[in-house]
Design a binder for this molecule. Structure first.
Ligand code: SAM
Length: 287
């Protein structure tokens, strides 16, 4: 079968099946072979690997993954794509397509069925749910080695920046607690069909066996982080004292900031992950 990673072959198959792109599913298919090469190379797949692909579309990236991996499980929500995938993946006996919503898929079950080895997750993600997908993958106990994904460029930047940048926030901290982020490629809108309104980027998150900081309680750490960024233009002390779910009063927050040598006017966007870990561990004792 001819490679799908170009405009002509993608248009041909779409027309032949009378497929209508559905905006609500974030359907922007990749039509650039050099970007597909970069994704597959960055994902570093071998025949020992089981790859989870989110949103195979017409199977463009899936074909490449199937060439490299031992097995591929591809989760696609749009059942109108199933007949197309049946054709484009017919030559591969190592691909399973599941017609499901990835946010409801039992990913741990998939890993367990494939020997419990850490999954390599690869996707050109639907942008309307990028953050929930990444967060649920990171927070879940799914064994995973890496997540190599195409996302909106601005989201890729948010994942990898540190304190002091205006993009820095809860997503940066969550990603950097669980994984090492690396920018792989910047991708212009012209590499997709139809063309999205934003530029994109491929980012690789290499998952840590053990997070780089020690915390008493992960859920508490992320509750503290969220509260600290809740009111962006306000101080961290305000955010923490006003977060009902933390149950802390202003006096307690101010005392802890003082103990840690942080000024009362400190803002969340200036604190690195290590500082958030110290802060959350100390606040944890006061719950
Ligand atoms: N992988 C293909 C490519 O690179 O050309 C398609 C990528 S397109 C950006 C995103 C794909 O995710 C679409 O096929 C869309 O139908 C699918 N999708 C959207 N929401 C989904 C969900 N909740 N669960 C699984 N797949 C989803």
């Amino acid at each position: 079968m001819a490679t799908l990673g170009n405009r002509r072959n993608t248009a041909e198959i779409i027309q032949r099946y009378g497929f209508d792109f559905r905006k609500k599913y974030g359907q922007n298919f990749l039509v650039d072979n050099s970007i597909l090469d970069r994704i597959v190379e960055a994902a570093d797949i071998t025949k020992d690997d089981c790859v989870l692909e989110i949103g195979p579309g017409i199977g463009t990236l899936t074909q490449r993954l199937a060439e490299e991996a031992g097995e591929v499980v591809a989760v696609e929500i749009d059942r109108n794509l199933l007949p197309i995938l049946a054709e484009t993946l017919a030559d591969y006996d190592n691909v399973t397509v599941l017609n499901e919503d990835i946010l409801k898929t039992d990913i741990r079950g998939i890993a367990a069925e494939h020997g419990g080895r850490p999954l390599k997750i690869v996707a050109n993600l639907p942008y309307y749910i990028t953050t929930p997908i990444i967060m649920s993958l990171l927070e879940s106990r799914v064994p995973k080695a890496s997540i190599t994904v195409m996302v909106q460029r601005e989201v890729a930047d948010r994942m990898r920046v540190g304190p002091g940048s205006k993009e820095y926030g809860s997503l940066s901290l969550a990603v950097q607690y669980y994984a090492k982020p690396e920018m792989i490629a910047k991708v212009p809108a012209s590499c997709f069909m139809p063309k999205p309104n934003v530029d994109s980027a491929v980012i690789r998150l290499t998952c840590y066996d053990k997070p780089p900081v020690e915390v008493r309680d992960e859920e508490w750490l992320f509750a503290v982080i969220r509260a600290s960024f809740n009111q962006r233009r306000k101080t961290l002390a305000n955010g923490l004292a006003n977060a009902g779910n933390l149950g802390l009063d202003r006096g307690q927050v101010e005392t802890v900031l003082g103990e840690l040598g942080m000024p009362l006017t400190v803002r969340g966007e200036t604190l690195a992950l290590e500082r958030f870990a110290e802060l959350s561990n100390r606040l944890y004792e006061l719950r």
